[in-house]
Design a binder for this molecule. Structure first.
Ligand code: FAD
Length: 321
């Protein structure tokens, strides 16, 4: 049965995050021929609406208010609940991002709804929409069907492909006026850590280092390889604990969950807590001196060798392309 689905768009530094388009694609699957309404919340964001139409949104609603300039659970909840009240959708899709993870349980509880979080695949089975999500740190997958109430899901970034962009497709952006009241916290300013290069959580290529990198300067060849491939550098907790790099680079159960097209693991053993954050990567290449290292169990390509010899060779070869 066709449904109306509200999907949340996410904006970072004035641009739509890719997960906004992935959410539209997920919404289309769930809508089953129904309508996908993309919601943009912020201050001065309506100019981004046309891009959401180009990626398949049937309707775009903006809630603009200077109190929504920065994300706050309170402010965004008020904005979204107002949209839900106006649109009366049968389903909701958010990204399983820091923002989505904070906002979705709050909205679910306000609506007295269930929530299927961290969905990586949406498939059809006998006329039912089935949501697949990793469990036990990625060691197993669970398939869920929502039988009652709102179809409310969050989707893991980089797993559901956006629809092809239709250049020139446009529509009229609808603005909803919402009176945002009583914010319990107000973010005055966000001071970003100086990071260069591609955002780790959206990177298509990640070159990750572990304790085997041995020092802060040991990360330099990994950075060079990542730059060459247009990717980002990540790390194991072992490398972060040893102060070779910042914790913002940590991938795993207590770090970031990533799903790049290519993950190059250098000098990391492949602890279960690390693999919880990267085992869904499309292609995994492992470089490790120890042929028994656990990381080789999930690797598509394994190189047994010293990373300080192998990585420079890879750089040399990629430079030729
Ligand atoms: P090691 O296990 O020491 O592995 C280093 C590897 O480098 C070895 O396999 C070695 O053969 C190889 N090596 C050494 N020198 C070279 C060389 N020159 N060339 C090639 N290979 C070389 N870990 C995470 O990563 N992410 C998490 O989110 C996370 N969360 C955790 C949560 C909890 C509650 C706990 C208890 C642990 C968590 N951990 C996490 C830690 C995890 O258990 C491991 O301790 C950690 O991942 C190990 O890091 P590592 O692989 O870099 O180090």
């Amino acid at each position: 049965m066709s449904k109306k689905i509200v999907v949340l768009a996410e904006v970072r530094e004035g641009a739509l995050r890719n997960v906004s388009f992935e959410a539209i694609a997920a919404g289309k699957k769930i809508a089953d021929g129904g309508e996908v309404v993309s919601v943009l919340i912020g201050d001065n964001v309506s100019s981004l609406g046309q891009e959401l139409f180009a990626f398949g949104a049937d309707k775009v609603i903006t809630v603009e208010n200077d109190k929504l300039k920065q994300y706050s659970s309170d402010g965004y909840s008020q904005a979204l609940l107002a949209v839900i009240e106006a649109e009366k959708p049968e389903g909701l899709v958010f990204g399983h991002t820091a923002l989505g993870k904070d906002l979705s349980p709050r909205i679910a509880s306000r609506l007295k709804s269930g929530l299927v979080s961290d969905v990586t695949v949406i498939e059809e089975d006998g006329g039912e929409t089935v949501f697949v999500r990793p469990i036990y740190s990625g060691k197993a997958f669970e398939k869920k069907i929502i039988t009652d109430g709102l179809v409310f899901v969050t989707i893991r970034p980089n797993n559901i492909d956006p629809l092809p962009k239709e250049e020139g497709k446009s529509g009229e952006v609808t603005s909803l006026n919402v009176n945002i009241t009583d914010l319990r916290t107000i973010i005055k300013d966000v001071v970003r850590k100086a990071t260069d290069g591609v955002d780790l959580s959206e990177a298509k290529v990640i070159v990750a280092g572990g304790r085997g990198v041995k020092s802060e300067s040991g990360f330099e060849p990994l950075k060079e390889l990542a730059d060459l491939l247009g990717g980002a550098v990540g790390a194991s907790r072992g490398a972060c604990d040893a102060e070779y790099c910042d914790y913002s680079l940590q991938i795993g159960q207590t770090g970031k969950v990533v799903t790049p097209d290519l993950y190059i693991a250098c000098g990391l053993s492949g602890a279960i807590q690390h693999m919880a954050g990267m085992s869904n990567s499309k292609v995994i290449v492992a470089i490790n001196k120890d042929p028994e290292a656990n990381i080789f169990k999930v690797a598509d390509y394994g190189i047994v060798g010293d990373l300080f010899e192998v990585v420079p060779l890879l750089i040399e070869e990629f430079k030729k392309i």
